[in-house]
Each structure stands twice: as C-alpha cells, then as structure tokens.
Design a protein. Structure first.
Length: 188
C-alpha cells in the first residue's frame, strides 16, 4: 500500500486522528511547527500595531513575501484575480511531518476591517478555488477580522475532505495573528 493510502487508512480507522498529527479541523498558527517562533509573541504585545478594530495595516504582497521567506518558498506568484491560491507551499511542517499548504491572502487593499465570503474574489468564489488546490492545510489570512461565515465555510470544506478520506486542516490568520507572525520573524 503506498504511503499516502496507508496514512488515509490510518485516518479513517482512528476516527480522523493520526498519531502525532493534530486531530482538530482547525489549526492555529501557534500549532504549526513552521511558524514556531510566533509562540513567543503574545497577542497583547502587538496591540500597538493594530487599530482599535484589530486592523493590521499591511499590504498583501508584503505579507506574501514574508510568508515565502519564513517557509523557504523560492517562487513568488504574481497576484491576479482568477488564481487558485495566492501562495502554494510545500514546506509546511505539522508535528515533524512535511505537508502542503494553500493560502488565500488579503492585505489592506480591501479597505474594510472585516472580511466576509463575498470579499473573497469577484464572485465570492475564492475560497472555493482555494480548496481546489492540491493541499492539506488551507489558510485564509486577512489583516482585519475574519467573519465567522468564512470560518464555518472552511470548516465544512475540511469536514467533507476528511469524509472522503483526505488529510485536511484549515487555519485562519486575522490581523492580530498576521502581526504576531511577522513580528516573530522580524518582518513587521
């Protein structure tokens, strides 16, 4: 049995839990080994970088380049409206296991403090396209607050993937988590 099939088989046998891998559908940036330095940056320590609405005034390209550098991804993708993802990374590590990740990134270009599903692509379909990526970890990052409907949508997509026997997690990075990550790696 190929390694991938064996892993999926273990996932199904153990009710969605693989020894050493996070059982939850949602990951927080603190739980991702590739971002381990963020654990040293408490949320209150970045409050001076955020507006009262929790908005971190940073551009999408700056955030993308910082993530590429942190993850050691050599390719910088140009942003365009119809992409499947803004960043695809094969260097994400979860509990010592290398995984693939797809990112939807939203910087200050939105001019809003809260991101809803309709703010993700011209037709609100960017999250759908994100989950078409051949990835295991799906990130939605925004420099402000991410509405609960975005989170529920991502959770439902990951649940469906797991029901099909696929390894999948999601991670939401709001303005505060984005600021924490960039500060932790000297990119703020």
């Amino acid at each position: 049995m190929p390694a991938c099939e064996a892993t999926v088989s273990k996932l199904l046998e153990n009710g969605g839990v693989i020894q050493g891998m996070p059982p939850a559908l949602r990951l927080h940036i603190d739980e991702i080994e590739s971002f381990q330095k963020v654990r040293a940056v408490d949320p209150p320590s970045v409050s001076h970088l955020l507006s009262k609405a929790g908005y971190f005034d940073k551009g999408e390209d700056d955030i993308q380049r910082a993530l590429e550098d942190i993850l050691g991804e050599p390719l910088h993708k140009k942003d365009w409206g119809g992409e499947t993802n803004d960043l695809y990374a094969s260097n994400i590590r979860l509990n010592g296991v290398r995984s693939t990740a797809a990112f939807l990134l939203k910087g200050r270009g939105k001019k809003k403090t809260t991101m809803n599903i309709g703010d993700c692509g011209a037709g609100g379909d960017q999250i759908v396209r994100l989950f078409d990526s051949p990835a295991q970890v799906f990130f939605v990052q925004f420099v402000g607050t991410i509405h609960e409907n975005v989170i529920r949508d991502m959770e439902g997509k990951v649940e469906r993937m797991r029901l099909k026997g696929m390894l999948a997690w999601y991670c939401v990075m709001n303005g505060q988590d984005t600021a924490r990550l960039l500060v932790a790696y000297g990119k703020a």
